[in-house]
Design a protein around this ligand. Structure first.
Ligand SMILES: [Zn+2]
Length: 388
């Protein structure tokens, strides 16, 4: 069994230990300050004799430390120096304890259990046993969680010898072990069996921010950030709001209203632009159709493929003649008709564009071909005109 010093003193950042077992890339020690991965929480990080300890995991009471390297001096009986990556540990402690607070409030105030927890690298999640959590409830849980932080409620850990003894406590979850049970208590908030390191009071958790709550497999998955993560999140969002305030000449209280006003203006401008474009395209279509006998064809030098399609649509509103439009700007030829022409647009592209430096395809009534050489594109237009 490895003596788990992190359970006795979660603030212990360095110590000495003796190697009891060495394998290809792992070490087992007589004692450790590194909390192994457990219950959805990532492993601690740190160094052993200056070499990176990458991952700790527990099997049958023994903590195995995966190392970046195993030097020849790492032998059973050797003494080594353990250094904890405190920043990572404290981040884990803040977010882990934040989960205790949120889960504890859900249970004590609403009688809702927690079905899962994951401490991720960006945010943490917990799965509340409730199908659809109303936003007002999410807001209230968040408010109460932060109130618990401001109240600096002590977090205590007690080792209880027997299951019978532990079951007398107001536990949030059923016990999975029978003896030597580590019970974490936050008076008035939470009481549950847990082996992870915890801060000594709730104030150290810092800000608790629920990012979102969504339905997940019949439960509500709550995404949250605590401590430094919540602070960084606040900073990021504040920076975004500052940029938006400048852009929309606003302050926080009228920013959303000003965005809506600007959106409406943009929509109006879009509608006006579309109307003008349609009017112009129709005039252009009438001019082209008036000059055409068997086919409507024109080469543009500034039109995109979408422009060509828009123009072709307008032409087809007033004629059944086939339409062959091209643009040197997008190097594309568009062939289309209403169905009353015998022109097989897609076949033409396949036979005379693909294989001659062009690519594309389409149906009998609509096809397009993209070219990289303007002369080849013009030759394809000539062949298409002869095919009509
Ligand atoms: Zn815990």
């Amino acid at each position: 069994m490895t003596e788990k010093l992190f359970q006795i003193d979660p603030y212990l950042k360095q110590t000495e230990a003796e190697i009891v077992e060495v394998s290809e890339d792992t070490l087992a020690l007589d004692r450790t300050i590194f909390a192994p991965e457990a219950g959805g929480q990532a492993s601690d990080l740190g160094t052993i004799d200056g070499i990176d300890m990458l991952h700790a995991e527990e099997k049958d009471g023994i903590v195995y430390h995966k190392m970046a390297d195993i030097p020849s001096g790492f032998k059973a009986g050797a003494k080594v120096k353990l250094e904890l990556d405190w920043e990572t540990r404290f981040d884990h402690m803040q977010n882990h304890c934040g989960e205790h607070i949120i889960s504890g409030i859900l249970f004590t105030k609403y009688g809702i259990g927690n079905k899962g927890f994951h401490l991720g690298s960006e945010f943490s999640t917990l799965d509340a046993d409730m199908k659809q959590m109303p936003q007002e409830m999410v807001d209230e849980v968040e408010r109460l969680a932060n109130k618990a932080v401001f109240s600096a409620v002590p977090v205590t850990v007690d080792m209880i010898e027997s299951k019978e003894e532990a079951q007398k406590l107001p536990l949030r979850k059923e016990l999975k072990v029978d003896e030597d049970i580590s019970i974490v208590t936050i008076p008035g908030i939470d009481c549950v069996a847990c082996c992870c390191p915890h801060p000594s009071d709730t104030s150290q958790v810092g800000l608790i921010k629920i990012i979102k709550a969504e339905n997940y497999k019949g439960m509500t998955r709550i995404y949250f950030k605590c401590g430094m993560r919540a602070f960084e999140d606040y900073k990021l969002k504040h920076d975004i709001i500052t940029v938006l305030n400048k852009k929309y000449s606003s302050e926080e209280h009228n920013l959303i209203e000003n965005i809506k006003i600007q959106d409406n203006k943009n929509n109006e401008m879009r509608r006006d632009l579309y109307a003008m474009k349609s009017k112009f395209a129709l005039m252009e279509a009438e001019r082209l159709v008036a000059d055409s006998e068997k086919v409507v064809s024109f080469e543009y030098d500034d039109q995109s493929l979408d422009d060509l399609k828009f123009m072709a649509k307008k032409i087809m509103e007033i004629t059944d003649l086939p339409v062959i439009l091209s643009s040197t700007s997008c190097m594309t030829v568009l062939l289309t008709h209403s169905g009353k022409s015998k022109l097989k647009c897609g076949k033409l592209v396949k036979e005379f564009a693909c294989g001659f430096g062009g690519k594309g395809g389409g149906s009998d009534t609509l096809a397009q071909a993209l070219f990289s050489d303007v002369e080849i594109m013009r030759n394809f237009v000539k062949i298409s005109l002869m095919s009509v």
